[in-house]
Design a binder for this molecule. Structure first.
Ligand code: NAP
Length: 248
């Protein structure tokens, strides 16, 4: 059997990069998307240096033709698509009273419409082959723990959870599983500013039973598991990876 193929969005750094590297370590050929072409190229080159196949795919996940191209180029280059991870996301902060509606729309476009577009494009390929796994990166903010000044973000991530369940029901008939992952606080660029505030950091740590922030690899291991045959009976779930911060 030939090697499996994965496509990861927003994989130029942070959690997406860790997911792309984790897939490669399991022998997947990996399409590495990011809106920043240079960072996508750097991660793809890192994978190739380690002896696996990879393709850099620059592009914005909120743009329908772009997302169709990301999927089409991955399939054309590697001969199929077994796993899609809709990871790209943005987290601007503003109070509800101060937020510009255009900023609200941008968050929904990247974090929620991007997930829909990726799922639609990959789902069409996976339906034709009768198998596949899609993982959507939500957040504890979308399921259980509202965060201050993140109303647009929390709404988008809650939308990802609802959409994931709907997609899991619709795609089950095609042999395609769809799950969401809800990370807690993970040490990436996205949380760098807040982590540098000692009061914020100790408040976070006090609420995490395992006593540490998450690393991108903590999320990546769960994603790769969900895309494996070992997870063949898991679909429509939104699973926390947060050191026990949320137990629900
Ligand atoms: P990150 O460090 O900010 O990385 C996100 C990556 O996505 C960046 O490389 C970014 O590129 C790219 N990106 C942004 N908009 C894009 C678009 N429209 N199309 C394609 N790529 C785009 O974030 P992260 O912490 O790794 O987060 C990854 C995912 O996990 C996000 O969905 C986030 O909401 C979720 N998450 C993170 C945490 C956490 O604590 N870190 C917790 C819960 C959930 P540019 O920098 O060039 O814009």
């Amino acid at each position: 059997m030939s090697r499996p193929v994965a496509l990861v969005t927003g994989a130029g750094r942070g959690i997406g990069r860790a997911i792309a590297l984790a897939f490669a370590a399991q022998g997947y050929a990996v399409g590495v998307n990011d809106i920043d072409a240079a960072s996508a190229q750097a991660v793809a080159a890192e994978i190739v240096r380690q002896g696996n196949e990879s393709l850099a795919l620059a592009g914005d996940v909120s743009d329908p033709p772009t997302v169709a191209r990301l999927v089409a180029e991955t399939v054309a280059t590697f001969g199929g698509l077994d796993a899609l991870v809709n990871n790209a996301g943005i987290e601007p902060r503003a109070s509800i009273l101060a937020m510009d509606p255009a900023e609200w729309d941008e968050v929904q476009a990247v974090n929620l419409r991007g997930v829909f577009l990726g799922t639609q494009a990959a789902g069409r390929v996976m339906r034709a082959t009768g198998h596949g796994s899609i993982v959507n990166i939500s957040s504890i903010a979308g399921k259980a723990t509202p965060l201050p000044m993140r109303s647009a973000y929390a709404a988008s991530k809650a939308g990802v959870v609802g959409f994931t369940k709907e997609a899991a029901r619709e795609f089950a008939a095609y042999g395609v599983r769809v799950n969401a992952v809800c990370p807690g606080v993970i040490a990436t660029e996205m949380t760098a500013h807040a982590r540098s505030d000692p009061a914020q950091l100790s408040a976070w740590l006090a609420g995490i039973p395992l006593g540490r922030l998450g690393e991108p690899e903590d999320v990546a291991h769960l994603v790769v598991f969900l895309c494996s045959d070992a997870a063949a009976y898991i679909t429509g779930q939104a699973i926390h990876v947060d050191g026990g911060r949320v137990m629900a």
